[in-house]
Design a binder for this molecule. Sequence first.
Ligand code: HEC
Ligand code: HEC
Ligand code: HEC
Ligand code: HEC
Ligand code: HEC
Ligand code: HEC
Ligand code: HEC
Ligand code: HEC
Length: 340
Amino acid sequence: MKAAVEKLRSICFFSPVFLISVFVFVLPVAATGSPEIFSVVLPADNSMVEGDFVSVVVKVNSGSPDALRVSRNNSDVSNAPVHEGKDYYCRTIALAYGPDEITVSALKGGKIVETKKVTVFHRSDISKEYHINPPEFTNNPFHTGDKRNECGLCHRMELSEKDIKPANPGDSMCYQCHKRITSYSNVHGPAARWACLTCHDKSSSPVAFSTKQPDRDACYTCHQEEKEKWTRKKYFHGPTATGKCTLCHNPHASNNPFWLRKPTWDLCVTCHEDRASGAHVIVGFGSGTHPTKGRPDPLRYGKELTCASCHNPHASNSKALFRNDDDDPYNLCKACHKYK
Ligand code: HEC
Ligand code: HEC
Ligand code: HEC
Ligand code: HEC
Ligand code: HEC
Ligand code: HEC
Ligand code: HEC
Ligand code: HEC
């Protein structure tokens, strides 16, 4: 029965009745200008984006262009030949924080015959400049309503049993459209296995695939040990106390250890700019400064000294969040400086 409905849908899409209805609908609009060669299906103009990527989906309508060019902030990101009979072109691109202007051009005989621009805003809590979303950019979640008629022409849009524990990434329904999400050097266990549905709720509504809020509820389902360790401590670090673990950690992957959104030192000084000099470390021991990076960490072989060499980013029994849980800074010094 379901298969039959699907079949009917795909037939309807190409049937003369359908085409005529589209024609009638489009005609009055087209009459005011030349017909569109292509339309940008996604992303919607003035969307706010929280992830590091956005997907550009272009539909070629008429005019048989030879190629489509996509650029972001005036740098080309792709150039795809247009094939006879293929009308949809999909491409996921990486974004920079702040406004990203995406330009799509259709080319014919080496000349640009049509250009369209959409602007999206990549907001982030750890961007000093772009942590607040300007009001003209709005959140436009993709996974709402039924996308089977459009995307389902080529993509599998229904979940199946194998999406819970896919044997290969390619078996995951999500992989078709989100493969870029794990394209980093460090990938978090469950994302590496494309077990996306361990955190993304398949029956959430009205937006499908949302995650538990705050994040810590999702994280602690597996990280029980950390939960117990940290909740026994006297002090929680401000941002960790909010439960938004993804403020600092990308839940999927990143090029930094612990899938941090920025290298540790850069992450900390985003919010604690005044500590970057290291002058705070030896208050009471003279007027010099203490290195906070760029030296080997004496306590952690093979790692560089960072703010986390002395402070625990999550919780501690010391008010200054010292790693050794001891309020006395001198005991901290002694851990690295045996001679003192
Ligand atoms: C460990 C839990 C976890 C797993 C596993 C996981 N996600 Fe997520 N995902 C999240 C959380 C939490 C957010 C919200 C992040 C935020 O608020 O910035 C999110 C956000 C997203 C977003 C929105 C954009 C972004 O990057 O914030 C996409 C797309 C996404 N996930 C896709 C996937 C796919 C595809 C998989 C499988 C490879 C997956 N996720 C696996 C926890 C997870
Ligand atoms: C005419 C068939 C067709 C339709 C319709 C279609 N796609 Fe695609 N899409 C593809 C193909 C084929 C690929 C793989 C392209 C590749 O690997 O180069 C793809 C890949 C993608 C990707 C991954 C691109 C990348 O760079 O990793 C995304 C995201 C995507 N499609 C989203 C969508 C969305 C959203 C819709 C509906 C609005 C849609 N597609 C409709 C054929 C289609
Ligand atoms: C047909 C392509 C397609 C498939 C299949 C798909 N997604 Fe998406 N998803 C998108 C697009 C497009 C966006 C908007 C963000 C972007 O442009 O990359 C998106 C956004 C999201 C978001 C952010 C919230 C939202 O609704 O915009 C989450 C979370 C997400 N996807 C999770 C998943 C998970 C988990 C799966 C697999 C169960 C999945 N997606 C399968 C295309 C797809
Ligand atoms: C489905 C279970 C699962 C969930 C849910 C989960 N994790 Fe993990 N996490 C793992 C596994 C397994 C490992 C160890 C394997 C690896 O390195 O990926 C891990 C490792 C980590 C590590 C590195 C630990 C180390 O000592 O190297 C960090 C950081 C982390 N997870 C953060 C998170 C955050 C943040 C969340 C919530 C957004 C989360 N995890 C949710 C399973 C999970
Ligand atoms: C302020 C930023 C920040 C927040 C918020 C944060 N983390 Fe971390 N996390 C880090 C840093 C930095 C490290 C690496 C520490 C190091 O180098 O020892 C880390 C390491 C980890 C590790 C590896 C093991 C360990 O204990 O060091 C896990 C697991 C982890 N975080 C999970 C979480 C979870 C779960 C949450 C939410 C409850 C969270 N983090 C919130 C910054 C943060
Ligand atoms: C998103 C912003 C943010 C980031 C990133 C961040 N912090 Fe914090 N930090 C805070 C806030 C907010 C407080 C609480 C300030 C207060 O209560 O006065 C805090 C407090 C602290 C304290 C003092 C605790 C106290 O009660 O006085 C230390 C130490 C600290 N952070 C270290 C770090 C380190 C190390 C990192 C990097 C791993 C880091 N922070 C990353 C926002 C941040
Ligand atoms: C070598 C050890 C060490 C390193 C590295 C270090 N700190 Fe500290 N930090 C300390 C000590 C010691 C104190 C307590 C100073 C005092 O008592 O006034 C402190 C205090 C703080 C406080 C205030 C806590 C309070 O209770 O008032 C913050 C915030 C802080 N550090 C952030 C950072 C950040 C951010 C970095 C990285 C740029 C960093 N620290 C690197 C040792 C360190
Ligand atoms: C996590 C390890 C660690 C802790 C804790 C630590 N230091 Fe250091 N300290 C270092 C490293 C690494 C250097 C650089 C050594 C080098 O370059 O040879 C350094 C250098 C110094 C120097 C020389 C300054 C310079 O410019 O090279 C002084 C003085 C010093 N530390 C005092 C302290 C005091 C006081 C404390 C306690 C408040 C402390 N340190 C805590 C690791 C640490």
